[in-house]
Design a protein around this ligand. Structure first.
Ligand SMILES: Cc1ncc(C[n+]2csc(CCOP(=O)(O)OP(=O)(O)O)c2C)c(N)n1
Ligand SMILES: [Mg+2]
Length: 644
């Protein structure tokens, strides 16, 4: 390393051997007041180097950096109320890592050990879906961010806030090894820039403070998205310059964008006058308040609601919930309202997956359309998750949840007594259609009741019998189980469902469930994850994270021995060419050898049973696993189930 006037101050050159109490390290009185005392005595550092190396270092001059940049960074991070820091360790953020666990007392944030950066990000994704706020994710320069990328894309598509910090060594002359060169990059954020809301590369601690608070605010302003800060290793590790006056900027929330009052009034007029209006909800309810507002709007308008369930928008047993009849309702609607619907065009059209791909309009050509969607406020170019261009009569680029109160008021202003009685009749019609759909679902669920492998409906029914009296939360997507839980269970609270990945990137399911369960833990909820076997195999190490951090979560592995969706895709191709579908399992199945998921889980300290193939064994196994989860630990059941 070349000489540098800061060399004698550079903590990267030192062995810092003493852990010093946080308060004693504070740079300013204000920081001292804020700095938390470690919750418990800090254990002696584990020697990481071979004995001989340690002896050599002990003989070297020991200089202690009293307070480093990363300690101040922890002050800033603490001001944001981030509960956990999910990370796989990496030396490019070792300064921040050490400050979190020692200076910060490993509390708010508490370090969560992740076995893959994709898991770190997806855990934060699931957490935010329950708790409505970001976690901190730290990722190693270059390689860690590369691993994180797909999960960041999912969170971006799903409009979920996450604060990501990536390490880097900016000054090329300060990189101490080939490894640091390999993990350093000129523009570290480039790999994620297309699918984060904002990124920055702070060059001073004040710059870090402002950018971190700014990043948090941007992430939390609808449309919410992940944000990224690249934090230079030396900025973390070097001592805070003598006399530096550092302060943590105040965190403030931006008001979510509301729809224009004129457009909202016009939308209300159309909705009140409509004979067969339909409300389609995508990511409409960001919080429990959004669900309450949607209920009020629906009950005021007596409008049919189609919940696409990207969020828990609307109770499944509500008489106006018509989600099982979406297509037929859209086809007859005279007014269609889309609230945070990602693919509004798709909701109004049908596609045919044939050699000549084709689509047709399902909705009436004269139907009036109204869209409230905050995504219009933040378009990006490269990735195409924005879908086809919908032709819309009233387009309100705003946050639906924030706009709902004014829409409800505007609707109430338009309603007179005679209109109200007409709407009551509509409610009665919709209620009987809802009841009929529920009865049909219950009938259909009885089909193949005693089959082995176990039917997806039987699993949903057995689970429901045992969780319905609990404060439960389904932390997985149900598309791969023919949506049985949504058809059979009574969902009515916001935390009871978290929607899907957003970008349909598989490997999201297991870590997002663990993250959501981590959020549910403090509320004492019973988290349930119906887990694809293929999804679990991307990064099963998250089971260890759940065991290590005592995260209570009931995981039911939907063991169909396949990436079954892809079995079907190859079958479609084979069928198209009349070649027979028997070879469609090549490359799409997880058989020979079959994977023993119970053993996999047990090897990582998770209570597990299975494989369970007989329907009669399922109920008792669920009962035992629920007891484990109620003790505060994860449990897993490997269940041989029908493909879908
Ligand atoms: C990262 C990624 N790779 C591949 C795919 C394609 N894909 C979509 S569904 C699926 C299968 C998932 O398997 P599993 O979780 O077992 O669910 P199953 O289809 O069996 O119900 C795959 C591989 C994807 N969406 N994302
Ligand atoms: Mg599968």
């Amino acid at each position: 390393m070349g000489s540098n006037e800061n060399d004698n101050l550079n903590r990267r050159d030192f062995l810092k051997r003493t852990a010093v109490g946080a308060a004693a390290l504070a740079a300013s009185p204000a920081a001292a007041a804020r700095a938390p005392a470690p919750a418990r005595a800090v254990p002696a550092a584990v020697p990481l180097s071979p004995e001989s190396e340690l002896r050599a270092l002990a003989a070297a001059e020991v200089l202690t950096a009293d307070r480093t940049g990363s300690d101040f960074m922890v002050d800033v991070i603490k001001s944001l109320g981030l509960d956990y820091a999910c990370a796989n360790p990496g030396s490019s953020f070792r300064g921040l890592h050490e400050s979190i666990v020692n200076y910060g007392g490993n509390r708010s944030p508490e370090f969560i050990t992740c076995c893959h950066e994709e898991s770190s990000v997806a855990m934060a994704h699931g957490y935010a879906k329950i708790e409505g706020k970001p976690l901190l994710v730290m990722a190693h320069g270059t390689v860690g961010l590369q691993h994180a990328a797909m999960a960041v894309y999912n969170a971006y598509c799903d409009r979920v806030p996450i604060l990501i910090v990536g390490g880097n060594i900016m000054d090329a002359t300060r990189r101490i090894s080939q490894v640091e060169w390999a993990h350093s990059v000129q523009d570290a954020a480039a790999i994620l820039r297309d699918y984060v809301k904002w990124d920055d590369l702070p060059v001073s601690l004040t710059h870090f403070a402002e950018s971190t608070v700014r990043a948090y605010k941007l992430a939390m302003t609808p449309p919410m998205m992940p944000v990224l800060l690249i934090v230079d290793g030396e900025l973390q590790e070097n001592p805070i310059p003598e006399g530096a006056s550092l302060r943590v900027p105040a965190r403030s929330a931006a008001v979510p964008p509301q729809g224009d009052s004129g457009a909202v009034a016009e939308a209300a007029r159309l909705l009140v006058a409509a004979e067969n209006p339909v409300l389609i909800a995508g990511r409409a309810a960001r919080t429990p308040a959004g669900l309450t507002s949607l209920l009020e709007l629906a009950d005021t308008l007596q409008i049919a609601v189609v919940d696409q369930k990207d969020r828990m928008n609307f109770p499944t047993r509500h008489p106006l919930n018509q989600s099982e009849r979406a297509r037929e309702l859209v086809a007859s609607a005279d007014v269609i309202l889309g609230l945070e619907v990602n693919d509004f065009w798709g909701a109004l059209h049908a596609f045919r997956d044939q050699l000549e791909r084709s689509s047709r309009l399902v909705a009436r050509p004269d139907a009036k359309t109204i869209v409230v969607n905050s995504a219009s406020l933040f378009p990006k170019s490269n990735y195409q998750n924005f879908q086809r261009y919908p032709e819309v009569d009233i387009d309100i680029p705003a946050d639906a949840e924030a706009t709902l109160p004014s829409l409800i008021e505007a609707v109430k202003r338009c309603l007179d007594a005679s209109r109200k009685s007409a709407l009551a009749a509509r409610r009665a019609r919709l209620a009987s259609a809802h009841d009929a759909a529920l009865a049909r679902a219950r009938d259909a669920a009885a089909y193949a009741w005693d089959a082995s492998p176990i039917s997806t409906a039987r699993l949903a029914s057995e689970l429901w019998a045992q969780i319905q009296a609990e404060d439960w939360s389904l932390v997985s997507r149900v598309e791969f189980q023919s949506r049985w839980p949504l058809r059979l269970w009574a969902f009515d609270k916001h935390h009871q469902y978290i929607g899907g990945a957003g970008g349909y990137g598989v490997g999201y399911g297991a870590p997002a469930a663990v993250g959501a369960a981590l959020a549910n833990r403090r509320h004492g909820r019973l988290s349930v994850n119906i887990q694809g076997d293929g999804d679990l195999m991307y990064a099963p190490g998250v089971l260890w994270t759940a065991a290590h951090h005592r995260i209570p979560l009931l995981t039911i592995v939907h063991n169909n021995g396949a990436y079954h969706q892809e079995v079907m895709q190859v079958q479609i191709m084979a069928d198209r060419h009349s070649r027979g579908i028997d070879r469609a399992t090549i490359g799409t199945t997880l058989a020979d050898p079959a994977i023993d998921y119970a053993k996999l889980a047990q090897s990582m300290g998770v209570y597990a049973e299975g494989p369970i193939s007989q329907p009669k064994d399922l109920g008792p196994a669920i009962a035992r696993a629920v007891q484990v989860v109620k003790r505060g630990e994860p449990a897993l059941l490997d269940v041989h189930m029908q493909p879908r």
